[in-house]
Design a protein around this ligand. Sequence first.
Ligand SMILES: NC(=O)c1ccc[n+]([C@@H]2O[C@H](COP(=O)([O-])OP(=O)(O)OC[C@H]3O[C@@H](n4cnc5c(N)ncnc54)[C@H](O)[C@@H]3O)[C@@H](O)[C@H]2O)c1
Length: 334
Amino acid sequence: MTREILVIGGAGYVGSHAVEALRAEGYVPVVLDNLSGGYREAVGKAELIVGDMGDAALLDMLFSRRQFAGVLHFASLIDVAASQKDPARYYSNNVAATLVLLESMRKHGVAHLVFSSSAAVYGEPEHSPVTEDAARKPVSVYGQTKCMVEDMLAAHHKAYGLHYTSLRYFNAAGAHPNGSIGECHPEETHLIPLVLQAASGRRRSVSVFGNQYPTEDGTCIRDYVHVCDLAAAHVKALESLWNGSASRCYNLGTGKGYSVLEVIRTAERVTGKTIKTDMEKRRDGDPAVLVADGSLAREKLGWVPAYPELETMLQHAWAWESRMAESIRSREVV
Ligand SMILES: NC(=O)c1ccc[n+]([C@@H]2O[C@H](COP(=O)([O-])OP(=O)(O)OC[C@H]3O[C@@H](n4cnc5c(N)ncnc54)[C@H](O)[C@@H]3O)[C@@H](O)[C@H]2O)c1
């Protein structure tokens, strides 16, 4: 029997790779996305329903007409700086709309959910690598929204028997090796796409925020995870919930960190281009080092990253960026 999975936010960066991973494993993904940060083209041949996770009538209609075996929840506003400037929008979209989803799932007896959480729940952790039992001390509204949803999930598990997994990603990176999908945010804030856009000529330079951190080269260190490995973790998490695994949170990271300057140097090697940098002041709430202890996900979910090397992530992301830059150039010529 084919199993239909509802993928909310499946037209976005990580969600579209999960749609591919589900299809590759024989599941039938059905995408619900309001296209605020995603693209119709990103879902490929999967069914796309354009709508909002906070629309109770739409969710009730969907859950009453279809038999979903589970829900993958990627739908979120993701810009940390914007969450500080307009917190109400973030609480409304990321938290209140998730509560609408949980209510509808409960009403219709849909009991399995995998949620995209974030390393942002840890804020500035005292120890590295970070384990799941480290204190949650978010320093942004974005991070708070992830903690609030995690708390709602735990309460729904206890009170109503929801089975859930919360996956705390560190930094998603790369693109699908087949070149069909990749990272494409309307307002890009992530380092790797910005660096590669500087390499392709889509932007003049890339900003480096702070070079006086207590790290070897003075720039921040982050743990990058290939987006296809994140996608694969969702499939494993859902399957292990079906098999009776406990509801809980897992870190998703490789356990190896790279500094901002290491990312830029590796990108120069991969692309063969010189990347211009602008040194800027450090930003509030940027921890010096953010690296995951991902051993729990390996042990409990059997999750082993297939593409743990930064160089591979950059090669895949560069193939995608080259395609994007070329398509923009060809439209300008016409
Ligand atoms: N990209 C990363 O490095 C990273 C790191 C940690 C956590 N995350 C989390 O992973 C998830 C996916 O991130 P991403 O980088 O793919 O972001 P994205 O913006 O590319 O994808 C999010 C998708 O959700 C959709 N969406 C947002 N609000 C919605 C709503 N109310 N109803 C329906 N659709 C809605 C957007 O249109 C978009 O397609 C997010 O929850 C994000 O917080 C991402």
